[in-house]
Design a protein around this ligand. Structure first.
Ligand code: GUN
Ligand code: ZN
Length: 436
């Protein structure tokens, strides 16, 4: 079986369709074929009779998408008490070094199962810097019914030897192997990205190499996706200013190496100046707000309003293990609560409505990741759905707020990924497919 998970094909789903989270869900049905929504109607029952899944009191939502997460950190959640750079040194780098010693498949499976359990069908993720472990993990991810933008982390300084040796050894070889993962750019529902960790971990040479890969891909009509971190914590920003004295700003470091395109995802951006926000907006890059991680690491309170006023494209990410939670409704709640905390601290704040937050973790994140057929209920879209079973008393104008603030995976009665019902506990339990 191609997906590596036991799953059953679904043809009809019925219930209250959450087409626009700002409007009450409409009773209706969806017909699915070939992993896509091929027809829909607004009546209690599909023309063929009772549906395979759902019912009049069920809510049908697009499944969630996470715009930023580190798979090798799935077992490092909750190691609290350290600011970003110390946390990287004492928690993250050891856990990623460990991941490279035989943990890749186990942790990729664990991450995928946890995400699926919480209703996440797709994500933009980082692996580690190990070429073999990352290739193994990519092979597993490509077999799943989930959707991925995933890349080997590129890093060549200021970290343990085990993590920076791969890029140093790579750069010393002739001909120099690609800075990305040794896999085709697309396989199954997976797209491979370039993931230079952040400016602190990357020499000028490494960033320049990623820039060349971006330009080379663009010239061939296939600009690669780039994922990196920017301006997350104050001490990190100070260090970047020291390491790149010729750059006008942190964002300018990436821009000078040609890393900012419409296919660039920049995580955090908590301490960006207005000029940096405008530069990101001009380049069309996406800023991935990671509210739960920013709170966990006490990195700061992201100013959603400032990013919006500058015209920056925004997405929302769990940033596990900086963020403690893979559940996107809880990340959405984190976004609202950080905005409220800003307001209570007397700072300028734009407080998103629950419907807006729900839209971000579905259609908004799908658009940010280039999945214009994802995160939505419409004919032609990918059939990535959740059948939710909230109490009947929640079916009022506060439905979305109730779902966000009461979130538990128990609210999900069924998950349909690529048109098949998925059991999260069985994801990735098949044998590896040949060639993976
Ligand atoms: N900056 C560079 N690497 C990381 C990481 O793994 N997590 C977070 N939160 N920030 C980073
Ligand atoms: Zn991150």
């Amino acid at each position: 079986m191609a997906t590596g998970s036991r799953s059953e094909e679904i043809e009809y789903v019925a219930g209250r369709l959450l087409i626009d989270p700002a409007r009450p869900p409409e009773p209706g049905w969806l017909r699915i074929a070939g992993g896509r929504i091929v027809d829909m109607g607004f009546a209690d029952l599909p023309p063929s009779g009772p549906p395979d899944l759902g019912g009049a009191d069920r809510v049908i939502s697009p499944a969630f998408i996470d715009a930023h997460l580190h798979i090798p950190q799935i077992d490092a959640v909750g190691c609290d008490g350290l600011p970003l750079l110390e946390w990287l040194d004492r928690v993250v780098f050891p856990s990623e070094a460990w991941w490279g010693r035989g943990r890749a498949l186990h942790d990729a499976r664990t991450a995928a199962r946890r995400m699926a359990r919480e209703g996440t069908v797709g994500a933009a993720v980082y692996l580690s810097s190990h070429p073999d472990a990352s290739a193994e993990a990519l092979g597993l991810l490509a077999r799943l019914p989930m959707r991925w933008l995933a890349g080997r982390v590129a890093m060549d300084r200021r970290a343990p030897e085990a993590l920076i040796e791969p890029d140093r050894a790579r750069a010393a070889r002739r001909p120099v192997p690609s800075v990305g993962a040794a896999r085709p750019a697309e396989a199954g529902r997976l797209t491979v990205s370039l993931n230079p960790r952040f400016a602190v971990s990357c020499s000028d040479e490494l960033l320049a190499e990623v820039g060349w890969a971006v330009r080379d891909g663009a010239a061939r009509g296939a600009t690669p996706w780039v994922q990196t971190h920017v301006s997350e914590a104050v001490e990190e920003c100070r260090l970047v200013a020291e390491l790149f004295p010729d750059s006008a700003s942190y964002t300018d470091v990436y821009d000078r190496f040609g890393l900012l395109t419409e296919r660039t995802l920049l995580a955090h951006g908590v301490h960006l100046s207005e000029a940096e926000l405008r530069l990101i907006a001009r380049r069309g890059s996406v800023l991935v707000h990671c509210p739960t991680a920013n709170t966990f690491l006490r990195a700061g309170m992201f100013d959603l309003g400032a990013a919006r006023r500058a015209g920056v494209r925004l997405a929302l990410g769990s940033d596990v293990a900086g963020g403690p939670d893979v559940a996107m409704p809880r990340v959405a709640r984190g976004m609202i609560e950080v905005a409220k905390a800003r307001a209570m601290a007397g700072l300028e704040a734009e407080i998103p409505r629950p419907a807006e937050a729900w839209r971000m973790i579905t259609r908004g994140n799908a658009d940010a990741l280039g999945w214009s057929d994802g995160g939505r209920l419409e004919v032609g879209a990918a059939a990535d759905l959740l059948v939710l079973a909230p109490p009947a008393s929640w079916l009022d104008e506060h439905l979305i707020g109730r779902l966000i603030y009461n979130w538990t995976s128990d609210l999900i009665e069924a998950r349909v990924f690529a048109g098949r019902r998925v059991d999260p506990a069985r994801i990735a339990d098949g044998p590896p497919a040949a060639g993976m």
